[in-house]
Design a protein around this ligand. Structure first.
Ligand code: SAM
Length: 215
């Protein structure tokens, strides 16, 4: 994914009805204020161009889906792609996921998807990985009782790191596979842009589902 600046990206995102502005003002009332009538509220963190959520939101109109993406140049693609179509249960947010506890109240989020998160391979960058214990603490703070984290990647090192971090903070891994596309967990699987790209290259896809300690 190219991370160059695109002139006008910020302005287009700010003007888009698909992008939520001032997210902290909806803390504790996302379902009623942004997705009235939905039964569940799911996030994808690092949603890229939003292709995964576009499919999910079409399949499941009773769930509100919010894609969080920190790069304006990337989110612009989601907004441009889907801007002409009204989809009441799909919205996006341009934000660094470091700040999620400022925008979501305890217990407000029913599921968090992490798909093909950046691996940050250097040890000194481990806190930036979206499955580090620092991020897991943020997720635990906003997930509802019974709420889950679903993580897919083709990166074995990141997957192993994630299992170690989950164990260190006493999360429970309820399901996992190191070859998703040949596993029963693949039933109903929605491919992401990166999943499509990496599986076409022959890479195996790894997936886990986990829930916070005590949930
Ligand atoms: N999930 C998509 C997929 O599977 O096709 C995109 C994967 S791409 C490798 C990872 C995305 O996560 C990038 O668009 C990146 O900008 C975004 N990202 C990385 N760290 C983030 C953070 N802390 N907060 C929000 N987005 C982040």
């Amino acid at each position: 994914m190219r991370l160059r600046n695109i002139p006008g990206a910020e302005e287009t995102i700010e003007a888009s009805p698909f992008v939520v502005q001032d997210p902290a003002s909806f803390r504790g009332r996302w379902k009623e204020a942004i997705f009235p009538g939905v039964k569940r509220f799911y996030l994808e963190i690092g949603c890229g161009k939003g292709i995964f959520l576009h499919t999910l939101s079409e399949r499941d109109p009773e769930t509100g889906f919010l894609g969080i993406e920190k790069m304006s140049s990337v989110l612009l693609r989601a907004v441009e792609k889907f801007g002409a179509e009204e989809r009441a249960n799909l919205r996006f947010l341009r934000m660094d996921a470091e700040n999620i506890t400022e925008c979501f109240a305890p217990g407000e989020v029913d599921r968090i998807y992490l798909n093909f998160s950046d691996p940050w391979p250097k040890d000194r960058h481990h806190k930036r990985r979206l499955t580090s214990r620092e991020f897991l603490a943020r997720y635990a703070a906003v997930l509802s009782p019974g709420g889950t984290l679903e993580f897919k990647t083709d990166n074995e090192a990141l997957f192993d790191f994630s299992l170690e971090e989950l164990s260190a903070v006493h999360w429970t891994v309820t399901e996992m596979t190191r070859d998703l596309h040949r596993s029963p967990m693949n039933e109903g699987n929605v491919m992401t842009e990166y999943e499509d790209r990496f599986s076409t290259l022959g890479n195996r896809i790894l997936k886990l589902i986990a829930k916070p300690a005590g949930a």
